[in-house]
Design a protein around this ligand. Structure first.
Ligand code: UDP
Ligand code: MG
Length: 318
């Protein structure tokens, strides 16, 4: 019998966990003939009673595993912890707020277990329930990142997916500190089937992503999957060199023909400001990559587990 592990990252989700549990157990029951389940809840440093709720449920239901992190490490780290603490043959990642419909799971399982695909991923067709600003920024973010990165990022892709153990192991082999998992899926390859669903509102609670958090996330993705910004700064440098060279020749000729009445101080200041702006920008870009390298070389753990009732942890390949 196959085993499906469902990874559920939770951050201040005491209200949603009971609702989620109710839905997911219904699905698990409907699939009970073919598959057994394991639910790995990651408590990402919640400040409410999330951990207590999970503990209570785990006493009632042996399929419930919880991994509680020592502080809030972010959803990326939570998902990684989940991937490392699962034991199933197939692994699903699902939000606890029921924005990722558990009803799709039987169909996803059918597709992956037939062997034709290694992964079924989901994307939402609309972004109902999100603010207009967020919709707008998301749209442009995907346009930009796909233009400058070789790894394809699917617009509207959610973290909700079902993968084979083989694919999960491949993802765990990627040992980088600055993780952007949506890019890593593309990086490791494998056959992925995309299914779509209409986006739903969160069942309870509020979104844990602020616009600043999302900006940081987008920045992370661009830095992890593209070095184009470095090239852009180099190209800018060359363009300005050529430009100034042409300007010098122009000034020499002008001085030889018309003399030098010592004008042009304001324009000089403008040019100086402009160029130092560009220079600082380019140094900033280089600095950003350097800081990522710095963090990468420190090899800090991506998450720290405080307590868990899950016995097995996969060793990641060194
Ligand atoms: N989440 C998490 N750590 C965080 C932020 C979010 O584990 O720092 C979890 C959260 O509990 C939820 C999922 O990630 O299960 C998606 O979060 P949310 O619904 O707030 O994001 P949105 O749907 O607005 O993108
Ligand atoms: Mg949500």
């Amino acid at each position: 019998m196959d085993k499906i592990s469902v990874i559920v990252p939770c951050y201040n989700e005491e209200e949603t966990i009971p609702l989620f549990y109710e839905e997911i157990t219904k699905i698990a029951k409907s699939m009970a003939k073919e598959v057994e389940f394991e639910f790995v809840f990651i408590n990402d440093g919640s400040k409410d009673k999330t951990l207590q709720t999970l503990k209570d449920y785990s006493k009632k239901d042996k399929r419930i595993k919880y991994v509680s992190l020592s502080r809030n490490f972010g959803k990326e780290a939570g998902m990684l912890a989940g991937l490392e603490y699962t034991t199933g043959d197939y692994i699903a990642i699902m939000d606890v707020d029921l924005q990722d419909p558990p009803e799709l799971l039987p169909e996803m399982y059918k597709t992956v277990s037939s062997g034709e695909y290694d992964c079924v991923a989901t994307k939402s067709t609309s972004r109902n329930g999100y603010s207009a600003l967020r919709k707008f920024l998301t749209k442009w973010y995907y346009k930009i990142i796909n233009a400058i990165s070789k790894t394809e990022m699917v617009a509207g892709a959610r973290d909700y997916r079902l993968m084979t153990r083989q694919m999960v192991n491949a993802i765990l082999e990627v040992r980088e500190y600055n993780r952007y998992i949506k890019g890593l899926y593309g990086f490791v390859g494998f056959e992925t089937k995309w299914i779509e669903f209409e986006n739903k509102d969160r069942i309870a609670g509020t979104t844990k992503w602020s616009i600043t958090k999302l900006f940081g996330y987008a920045f992370e993705a661009i830095m992890s999957f593209s070095t184009i910004p470095l090239t852009i700064s180099a190209v800018l440098g060359i363009l300005f060199c050529i430009g100034s060279f042409i300007a010098i020749i122009f000034i020499i000729i002008k001085t030889l023909c018309f003399g030098d009445p010592a004008t042009g101080w304001p324009s000089l200041v403008c040019i100086m400001f402009f160029l130092s702006g560009i220079q600082l920008f380019c140094i900033g870009v280089i600095g950003a990559y350097l800081s990522k390298t710095y963090l990468e070389t420190k090899r800090r753990p991506i998450y720290i587990v405080k307590e868990t009732n899950q016995t097995k942890k996969l060793p990641r390949n060194e």
